[in-house]
Design a protein around this ligand. Sequence first.
Ligand code: PDD
Length: 285
Amino acid sequence: MRTVYVNGEYLPEHEATVSIFDRGFLMADGVYEVTSVLDGKLIDFDGHAVRLSRSLNELEMRNPISKDDLLEVHRELVRRNEIDEGLVYLQVTRGSDGDRDFAFPAEETEPTIVLFTQNKPGLADSPAARKGAKVISIEDIRWGRRDIKTVQLLYPSMGKMMAKKAGCDDAWMVEDGMVTEGTSNNAYIVKGGKIITRHLGNEILHGITRAAVLRFAREAQMAVEERSFTIAEAQEADEAFTTSASAFVMPVVEIDGVALGDGTPGPVATRLREIYLDEMRKAAQ
Ligand code: PDD
């Protein structure tokens, strides 16, 4: 049984509770982060802590915990749950003032903070990454502030289910004809050795893995272009991949039924996955 963290306490998972009036529950008024764990250490904790602060600031939500304390809670949960490979999920909501109201509660209302671990043996040496993912495209009908990592994940969940029903692994979302991102990852194509991924803006989440992967790509003298692309361009690309804290670099081998290259993970995605895992293991805390 897991030990989880709720509002300052470490508890067995079935003893941890949050109010039914919590705005995270009633209004999706909350933000989250997912940090991966390799060799029992946190991957890019700093990046996730910085983005958490940004998400909270954008929503005028109080940060209930210092960065140092947050690191300690992450480490303590990894220790107590004996996680070698897995994820730490963190959620902060605007809390509850004991009723339902569209207006934000009084400023002194305590935010709710919850963390739990997910044990995922084989996260790094993943069979799914060796095979590559098949994706479908769907219309992106999410709200306009996707740069804020909110817990409003209904449409991404529906997208994942649409992909499953189509016999695929994931969905890439398309707005005004251009790919925004995957349901829970950033999207890339590779053409003539060049890595192409959408530019940052309010339309996509500013992936922590994206930032690291683009840095490693540039350091390895690979060409990177940050611009949007269409599904048609992606289907003609040499390869494609996604990045996220939960799957690192994941090759994409098929888009809307069209196989990319020979339908197996491409060399650029495979190499970037290796570099990312090597470098991030070294820097893990
Ligand atoms: N998802 N885009 C979206 C919509 C995401 O939900 C995520 C992450 C990313 C990649 O961001 P990062 O590299 O910082 O993980 C991009 C997490 C993993 C999740 O919801 O489980």
